[in-house]
Design a protein around this ligand. Structure first.
Ligand SMILES: Cc1ncc(COP(=O)(O)O)c(C=O)c1O
Ligand SMILES: N[C@@H](CCSC[C@H](N)C(=O)O)C(=O)O
Length: 416
C-alpha cells in the first residue's frame, strides 16, 4: 500500500456485503487468492516489500503503511461490522486517539458522563494539551445533548453504550438524528466494545464511526492488544488511514493474525457468556443486590437496549453498599480472576473505582455518581454452576448475612 496517500484504491477498500447470518460470516474468512490455498491466512512477518524497479511500486512497500495480514483482517472486520472500511490499530485507546485527531483546535467533543477511565483520560489530555473541550453529558437522556450541539464547534459525539462500568444505555438512533440535523459536519462515534458487532451494529443505527477495543470480545482470549475502527464512508476512512500511517499505529502482522483467529469464535463465545451472565444477574438480584445489567427487566432502559441490540452481553456490575464488603467479595472468589478488562473466555471480577476507572479523580467520580463499592463482573465460558457457587461462597464469607433469600450487611457486633 502506498505510503504517500490514503488511497481509496488500497487493498483494504473493497468490502463484500454480508450474505450469511453473523455466525457464518464471522467464521468465513476470505482467503481465496492464497497461492497455496492455505486454510489459515499466513502471517506476513515482514517490515518491507521489494519493488521490481525504482518506479514499480507493488501493492505493499512497508508494513506501517500496509501489510497483507492486516488487509485480510481489515476486510474481514469491515464485513462483520457492516463498515465501508475497517482499520486495525495497536489498542482501543489508539483507535480513539486516531479518531480524535480529526478534531481541530477550537472544535469540541461531546461524550457521556459514564465512560471507560482511559477514554476520560484521553479526553482530559486533549483539553489540557490542545484546548479541545469535551462536554460530558447524561447519554441516557437523548435530549441532554441539544444545548451542547453547535454547528460551528461540535466535531465528535462519542457514545459508549452500554457504558463502562454503570451499564447505562444511549439511544443511538435518536442521538445520531439530533446530531446530524443540527451539526452536519459532526461525526457520531460509538464505542461498541462491550457489545461487539454480533450484538449491536452502530453503523446501521446511525453512527458514522464504530470502534472497539479488540483486546476484548473480538479477540476473546486476553492474549493481544488491538483496536478496530469501522467507518461508514470512504472519505472518513481515508482520513483515519492517513493518521494511522502518519503516526505508525497500524497493528503488527502477528497480532493481526491472532485477532483474525480469535474473532472466528465470537458468536459462540458471546452466546455462552451471555447465557451465563443472565443467570448471574438473576442470582444477584435474588439476593437483593442492586444490579446493572440490560438483560434484567429491572434495568431502567431494558426496552431501549432490546430495541437497539440483539442481546445484553456478558458484562454486569452490582453494588453492595459497602466498600469493605465489596473488597471481601472480590478477594473471596477463586474462579473469578481479579483483573481489569473484559471480553475474555475467563471470568473476571474487579472494582472499577480502584482499577479500570482509578484514573478518574475521586471528586469527578463522586460528581458523576460512580459508586466506590461497585463490583464489575465479566462472565466467561466456564461452567455456570461453578461460577455461581464460587460467587455464592464469596458473598456469604464477605460479611453479608443471608436472611431468607436476601443478603443483609452484618453489624460490627455480629461480625466480631
Ligand atoms: C469501553 C472501552 N473502550 C476502550 C478501551 C480501551 O481499549 P484498550 O485497552 O485496548 O486500549 C477500553 C478498555 O481498555 C474499554 O473498556
Ligand atoms: N492501568 C490501565 C487500566 C486498564 S482498564 C482496561 C479495561 N478497559 C477495563 O475497563 O477494565 C489504565 O490505566 O489504562
Amino acid at each position: 500500500m502506498s505510503a504517500q496517500v490514503a488511497s481509496p484504491a488500497s487493498p483494504a477498500s473493497p468490502v463484500s456485503t454480508r450474505r450469511y447470518r453473523f455466525a457464518t460470516e464471522v467464521v468465513t474468512v476470505d482467503n481465496k487468492d492464497d497461492p497455496y490455498n492455505a486454510a489459515s491466512v499466513p502471517i506476513y512477518q515482514s517490515a518491507t516489500f521489494k519493488q521490481k524497479g525504482a518506479n514499480a511500486e507493488g501493492e505493499y512497500d512497508y508494513s506501517r503503511s500496509g501489510n497483507p495480514t492486516r488487509t485480510h483482517l481489515e476486510n474481514h472486520l469491515a464485513k462483520i461490522m457492516g463498515a465501508k472500511r475497517a482499520l486495525a490499530v495497536t489498542s482501543g485507546m489508539s483507535a480513539l486517539d486516531v479518531i480524535t485527531r480529526l478534531v481541530k483546535n477550537g472544535e469540541e467533543i461531546i461524550a457521556g458522563d459514564d465512560l471507560y477511565g482511559g477514554t476520560n483520560r484521553l479526553l482530559s489530555f486533549l483539553h489540557k494539551s490542545q484546548g479541545i473541550k469535551t462536554h460530558h453529558i447524561d447519554t441516557t437522556n437523548s435530549d441532554a445533548i441539544l444545548p451542547y450541539l453547535d454547528p460551528h464547534k461540535t466535531r465528535l459525539v462519542l457514545l459508549e453504550t452500554p457504558t463502562n462500568p454503570l451499564i447505562k444505555i444511549a439511544d443511538i438512533p435518536t442521538i445520531a438524528a439530533h446530531v446530524h440535523e443540527k451539526c452536519p459536519n459532526a461525526l457520531v462515534v460509538v464505542d461498541n466494545t462491550m457489545m461487539s458487532p454480533y450484538l449491536q451494529r452502530p453503523l446501521e443505527l446511525g453512527a458514522d464511526i464504530s470502534y472497539h477495543s479488540g483486546t476484548k470480545y473480538l479477540s476473546g482470549h486476553h492474549d493481544l492488544m488491538a483496536g478496530v475502527i469501522g467507518a461508514k464512508e470512504d472519505s472518513v476512512a481515508d482520513q483515519l488511514y492517513y493518521v494511522i500511517n502518519a503516526t505508525g499505529c497500524g497493528l503488527g502482522p502477528f497480532d493481526c493474525w491472532l485477532l483474525l483467529r480469535g474473532v472466528k469464535t465470537l458468536a459462540v463465545r458471546m452466546d455462552k457468556q451471555q447465557a451465563t451472565a443472565r443467570r448471574v444477574s438473576q442470582f444477584l438480584e435474588d439476593r437483593g443486590l442492586k444490579v446493572h445489567y440490560p438483560g434484567s427487566r429491572n434495568h431502567p432502559q431494558y426496552e431501549l437496549h432490546s430495541r437497539i441490540s440483539s442481546g445484553p452481553g456478558a458484562v454486569l456490575s452490582f453494588e453492595t453498599g459497602d466498600i469493605g464488603i465489596s473488597e471481601r467479595i472480590v478477594e473471596g472468589t477463586k474462579l473469578w480472576g481479579i483483573s481489569v478488562s473484559f471480553g475474555c473466555v475467563n471470568s473476571l471480577i474487579s472494582m472499577p473505582c480502584k482499577m479500570s476507572h482509578a484514573s478518574i479523580p475521586a471528586h469527578v467520580r463522586a460528581e458523576r455518581s460512580l459508586p466506590e463499592d461497585l463490583i464489575r463482573l465479566c462472565v466467561g465460558i466456564e461452567d455456570a454452576d461453578d461460577l455461581l457457587e464460587d460467587l455464592d461462597t464469596a458473598l456469604i464469607n464477605s460479611g453479608c448475612l443471608l436472611i431468607g433469600d436476601k443478603l443483609e450487611k452484618l453489624s460490627l457486633e455480629q461480625q466480631s
